[in-house]
Design a protein around this ligand. Sequence first.
Ligand code: IPD
Ligand code: CA
Length: 303
Amino acid sequence: MSESTTSSVAAASVDLPPEEIAELRRIAVDLAESAAAHVRARRPEVFGPAGAGAEDAVRTKAHPTDPVTVVDTEAEELIRARLAETRPGDPILGEEGGGALVGADDAVRWVIDPIDGTVNFLYGIPGYAVSVAAMRGGRSIAGAVVDVAHAVTYSAGLGLGAIRVDADGVVEHLRCNPVESVSLALVATGFAYGRQRRTRQAQLIAQILPEVRDIRRFGAAALDLCHVATGRVDGYFEHGLNAWDWGAGALVASEAGAVLRLPPSASATGTDGDLVVAAAPGIAAELLALLDGVGAGEPIPDR
Ligand code: IPD
Ligand code: CA
């Protein structure tokens, strides 16, 4: 098994006072909502019926199926510019602009996914999000995930709980489902862009599917983790997530009571293919045992 961590919280010990954690959460919400407003406004401009030159707006990354759009880049730049004003000097790790997850100091770092679920964004499937986390020592202190198409904000602060705020401002305090058997659990997962890791993921799904109520693949890891918190699913697992995919969502899930398994605290990218799991507490031990039993506890390197 990898040296990943299983815990009921997404963070190592963090000695920040609650007021400071609440302030980091407020900033994360503000940044994620501002970037989400930009993404929402830009989609019809770039990809809508009147969208001009959409083909110039998309590039691919390491794999031809892994897209990045001009809007991903704009949203990350917007967040970086606002952080330079509100928290000058704080280190940043972003999916598009790079950076480090840990450093020599114990600074608060901002970990950004400007659009999680870029393939959904590209196709107009309403399941993409902006994710902003404040992290220290590779673990989450505060975070916000905004479901762009539905204008819903999920946020959490370490020890402060997790909430969902809808487009009308209605606030819901989040708790995982009280499910107690994996055989009745609805489990979300995701697949990597690379062929080699996907092939192994497909083999694992064939072993896991008969043991659970059903599997869902929504296409945005940050939202999958928030769905564990709201009870829309009972558990979630995926290999090879990057820190920006799970940074905010994992804290939302754990503050709603989920048990987590996370990659080693220094891994910014998912290159090693470590497993991430978030599970409602009543099924966590059984789901982790199922995953370990079929070999899913092992990392799946993408090479
Ligand atoms: C991806 C999504 C997807 C997950 C992939 C991620 P991106 O992020 O979260 O659901 O299965 O592993 O890379 O590329 O849309 O930011
Ligand atoms: Ca992502």
